[in-house]
Design a protein around this ligand. Structure first.
Ligand code: SAM
Ligand code: SF4
Length: 378
């Protein structure tokens, strides 16, 4: 077993380890390879893969489309195992498994274990409702490093209304307790974070979610913007007044409360929608950043949907940006196809807004890489 594999098994993956993972990855790539791949739009070793395992779900969230369309073309267990092997051969450091609801797949534990045995750090995003004590213990035993549980309100009734199934809040919060207990009992670190989508029906009470996180002993909360272009029902869309109120008044309360209680907020939410409030340390507006620096994601990450379709990232899932399917082509072939190389070319500044949604998800990663290698990028 490689040293990296043994370490990942022994220590789990804490936040520092995650940052260390990127630095270790960049050091192992080295300047020459980085320069050659960047210049020729060729793939670097894969850093992070997002693997959608299913579109099925046991909930019926008003904000989401997955449960509305039944699709029966999921990759089989053997196909996913093969993808994990291919990712491992391509140097992959971390895999995020998501869905739909990943815990509807009975093979999730075997898949996590398979990735872990290849030295790949693993994370999942889940609604948490299927994580009873037994499942929590199986997840921890499978070597899971990090889990994000989606909860949209501190109030059970509001959350249950958003997710369309009564009793969900109770089960999702219980999942966190079960996971905490299992990781303590099995003496394995597990990072647990909360995630909420900022909606018309929950935005005015967002600061209360910080208190819920604190009560559950969670110290990270991600806030997502509501993406509604694919939904018929636009009822949860915030209007200009909601956005102005949330960005001017609520954010201060949110951050004050988070600061007091030691909860870290990762905000892809209201801030993103109000660019005049978005500033980062060197005073570049976040929305402007990609006129100056590249998005390195297409060189080092990959997104695979539940039927095996391959994309560069989760913001580029238009059919025209589909790079191929892993049922018919190997991943290393697709990663250096003309389609992928063209996509990388368009990820150099100034980035074409029609191709990329200019999401803010990977700003930190892009800034870190840019700082390290900017002398190579003319
Ligand atoms: C699609 S879900 C899949 C994982 C799992 N079923 C869950 O709910 O956590 C992944 C994340 O996307 C969020 N989400 C769902 N619909 C969304 C939308 N329209 N806009 C933004 N985020 C959304 C969910 O709340 C969840 O945190
Ligand atoms: S639980 Fe997740 S996948 Fe299921 S409907 Fe809600 S957001 Fe969509």
């Amino acid at each position: 077993m490689k040293l990296k594999t043994i370490l990942v098994w022994l220590i789990g993956l804490d936040v520092r380890a995650m940052k260390g993972l990127l630095q270790e990855y960049l050091d192992s790539v080295g300047e020459t390879r980085f320069y050659e791949c960047y210049r020729a739009n060729l793939a670097l070793p894969i850093f992070k893969a997002k693997l959608k395992l299913t579109r099925r779900c046991n909930l019926q969230c008003v904000k989401c489309n997955y449960w509305r369309r039944i699709v029966r073309d999921e990759l089989t267990t053997d196909e996913v195992l093969s993808v994990i092997d291919q990712l491992s051969e391509m140097g992959c450091r971390t895999i995020k498994f998501s869905g739909g609801e990943v815990l509807l797949r009975k093979d999730i534990f075997a898949l996590l274990k398979h990735a872990k045995e290849r030295g790949i750090a693993t994370s999942i995003t889940s609604n948490g409702t299927l994580i009873d004590k037994t499942t929590a213990s199986k997840l921890v035993r499978s070597g899971l490093d990090s889990i994000t549980i989606s909860i949209d309100s501190h109030e059970p009734e509001t959350h249950d209304k958003i997710v369309g199934v009564r009793g969900s809040w109770k089960r999702s919060t219980a999942a966190i307790k079960n996971l905490k207990e299992s990781s303590k009992m099995l003496k394995r670190d597990l990072i647990i974070a909360l995630q909420s989508v900022v909606l018309k029906s929950n935005y005015h009470k967002l600061p209360e979610i910080i208190k819920l996180a604190n009560k559950l002993n969670i110290n990270k909360l991600s806030l997502l913007s509501f993406v509604d272009h694919h939904l018929k029902d636009k009822g949860e869309r915030m209007n200009r007044n909601d956005l102005a109120y949330s960005s001017v008044h609520l954010l201060r309360e949110l951050y004050d409360s988070a600061g007091e209680l030691g909860v870290k907020i990762v905000n892809y939410g209201p801030l993103q929608l109000y660019p005049q409030h978005i500033r980062i340390d060197n005073n570049i507006l976040k929305t402007d950043i990609y006129s100056k620096i590249p998005c390195f994601v297409p060189w080092m990450n990959v997104y695979i949907s539940s039927n095996g379709d391959v994309y560069a990232c989760c913001s580029s899932k238009l059919p025209s940006f589909r790079m191929g399917n892993i049922r018919t082509s190997r991943l290393d072939y697709l990663a250096n196809s003309m389609a992928f190389r063209d996509f990388r070319k368009s990820s150099k500044p100034p980035i074409n807004r029609r191709i990329c949604g200019l999401c803010l998800n990977e700003i930190k990663l892009n800034k870190t890489i840019y700082e390290k290698f900017k002398h190579l990028i003319a």
